[in-house]
Write a protein that binds this ligand. Structure first.
Ligand code: NCD
Length: 308
C-alpha cells in the first residue's frame, strides 16, 4: 500500500491491518496526553479544494497526535485561486520536502492524477463523485464495533447515490469485508449504469425504502448533495422525505438496535429526522470519533516507512 486513492488500493488484509491499528490508536483519544511519536519529523499537507469540517480537521488532529507537522491549504487563500494548475500546486507543495499529501478536490480522479506527478504517498479525502476511502474505512470500523464481523451482514445505503463518493467507497469496502449492500434511491438519484454493478457479488438496488428497512442490519443515510445537482432530481424536499427520509415513523419500525450512520453533514428534516439523528442507535458521533483513529492508522501505515 503506497497510496490510498480508492478502496482498490487496499486488500482485505490491508483493511484488517488498518482496523487493528485504528483500534489501538482509538485509545489515545481518551488519554490526557494525546501524542504518539510515530511520525515525528514528518510533514503532511492537507490540500483541500472543497469545503470540509470533519474530514479536514480529523486528518489534522490525526497527524498532530502522531507528532507530524500538519499544514492546511485550501483553494481559497492559495495560488489555486490565482489560476495555478492542480499539477503546479501539487508539485510546488511537494518540492518543499513534505512526506505525504491529503487531497480533496471536486474533480473525480484528482488523487490518482496527483499520485502520478509527485513522489510522496497521496491520500484521497474525497474526489468529486468518485471515492472517499477513509470515510468508508471509518464507517466499516464503526459498523464492526456495533455489529462484529461484517461478513454476511446486510447494509442499506440510502439517498443520493449518484453524487456520493461515500457510497462508492463503502460499496467497495463493505463487499470486500463480505457484507451485502442494498443501494436505495429514487430512480433519478440512482447512478446511471448501475445495472451491471448490481451483478457484482453482494450488491443490489431498490427504489423502495420501506421494503428494504426490515431486511437490513444497519442503515447508512446519505446527504442530498444539492451543490452537485444541476436540475430537478426530485419534485420537492417534502416529497423526498416522505419516500426516502429516515423519518420518525421509519425509525420506530427500524428497531432500537439497528445502527444508523450518516457521514455528515446532515440535512436534518430532509434525509434524516432529528429523532433518527439523535436516537440511541445513531452512530453518527461514533463515526466522527472513529474518523480520527482510522486516519491516524492510515497516516501511520503510509508514512511511518514500514509496509502495512
Ligand atoms: C462527505 C463528503 O464530503 O464526501 N462528507 C464527509 O466527508 N464526511 C459526504 C457529503 O458531503 O455529503
Amino acid at each position: 500500500m503506497r497510496h490510498l486513492r480508492s478502496i482498490d488500493d487496499v486488500t482485505a488484509d490491508d483493511i484488517a491491518t488498518i482496523m487493528a491499528t485504528a483500534t489501538e490508536m482509538h485509545d489515545v483519544q481518551s488519554r490526557q496526553v494525546k501524542k504518539l511519536p510515530a511520525l515525528r519529523g514528518r510533514t503532511v499537507i492537507n490540500l483541500f479544494f472543497e469545503d470540509s469540517t470533519r474530514t479536514r480537521s480529523s486528518f489534522e488532529i490525526a497527524g498532530k497526535w502522531l507528532s507530524a507537522d500538519v499544514i492546511n491549504l485550501s483553494a481559497k487563500g492559495s495560488s489555486a485561486s490565482k489560476g495555478e494548475s492542480l499539477r503546479d500546486t501539487a508539485l510546488t507543495v511537494t518540492a518543499m520536502g513534505i512526506d505525504g499529501l491529503v487531497v480533496r478536490h471536486s474533480a473525480s480522479g484528482a488523487a490518482h492524477q496527483i499520485s502520478g506527478w509527485v513522489d510522496v504517498p497521496v491520500i484521497n479525502a474525497g474526489d468529486g463523485t468518485h471515492e472517499h476511502p477513509t470515510q468508508a474505512l471509518l464507517d466499516c470500523y464503526t459498523l464492526q464495533r456495533a455489529l462484529g464481523d461484517l461478513a454476511g451482514r446486510r447494509v442499506a445505503i440510502v439517498g443520493d447515490l449518484t453524487h456520493s463518493r461515500v457510497f462508492r467507497s463503502n460499496l467497495a469496502c463493505l463487499t470486500r469485508l463480505g457484507a451485502q449492500v442494498v443501494g436505495v434511491a429514487p430512480p433519478t438519484l440512482m447512478p446511471a449504469g448501475v445495472g451491471p454493478w448490481s451483478g457484482t457479488d453482494g450488491f443490489e438496488v431498490s427504489n423502495d425504502l420501506d421494503a428494504v428497512l426490515p431486511t437490513v442490519d444497519a442503515v447508512m443515510m446519505l446527504r442530498v448533495q444539492r451543490e452537485r445537482m444541476s436540475g430537478g432530481f426530485f419534485p420537492t424536499g417534502r416529497e423526498y422525505t416522505v419516500e426516502y427520509g429516515l423519518t420518525r415513523t421509519r425509525l420506530a419500525r427500524l428497531g432500537e438496535r439497528t445502527p444508523i450512520l450518516h457521514p455528515g453533514p446532515m440535512n436534518r428534516g430532509l434525509e434524516i429526522s432529528p429523532e433518527a439523528a439523535d436516537a440511541a442507535s445513531s452512530r453518527v458521533l461514533d463515526q466522527v470519533s472513529a474518523g480520527v483513529a482510522v486516519r491516524m492508522s492510515v497516516l501511520y501505515h503510509l508514512l511511518a516507512g514500514e509496509e502495512a
